[in-house]
Design a protein around this ligand. Structure first.
Ligand code: FEO
Length: 172
């Protein structure tokens, strides 16, 4: 049975993952509207991944005999100055998510909940990857600056990003 404080923390995290999904879907819509279909594709895949993260936590609560509680999703921004601005906001957001995951990890440690700790290991590694990917993209935007050809080529590169089911869901 899942400890109440951990159940509540994971339910809050489910909401945070859905908020992340909503944020990235909003970015995808913004860039589709702005004619940057590659960037829009990148954020659409990011949206799907966040939905998957929420589902992984939902499945975990079920697996431990807990109760899922879905709360309202708060409003998200809908405009960004340019691609680099959106990716800077993405990095800042992912850093916050990393801190949230670390907080649940610390709580699981305190409560001697080793199953939750084990589950969170995948998220800890995922956050390292997410932050690194966005930092790499920001480096590219910095190099390119306002060069139209560079921006076009990077947009084509981002159009090639493909969705893959994350391991914890693929195993199900
Ligand atoms: Fe679900 Fe981007 O962390």
């Amino acid at each position: 049975m899942l400890n109440k404080s951990i159940e509540e923390a994971i339910n809050r995290q489910i909401n945070a993952e859905f908020w992340s999904a909503y944020l990235y879907l909003s970015m995808a819509c913004h860039f589709e509207y702005a004619g940057r279909s590659g960037v829009a594709n990148w954020f659409r895949i990011q949206w799907k991944e966040e939905m998957d993260h929420a589902q992984i936590f939902i499945n975990y609560i079920y697996a431990r005999g807990g109760k899922v509680k879905l709360e309202p999703i708060a409003e998200v921004p809908d405009t960004w100055e340019n691609e680099a601005d959106a990716f800077r906001a993405t990095l800042a957001h992912e850093q916050k998510v990393t801190a949230l995951i670390n907080d649940i990890y610390a709580l699981a440690d305190k409560e001697h909940d080793y199953a939750t700790r084990e589950k969170l290991n995948w998220f800890v590694a995922e956050q390292v990857e997410e932050e690194e990917n966005v930092r790499d993209l920001l480096d590219k935007y910095e190099l390119i600056g306002n060069d139209g050809t560079g921006l076009y080529q990077l947009d084509r590169e981002l159009a090639a990003r493909a969705y893959t089911t994350p391991a914890p869901l693929a195993e199900k």
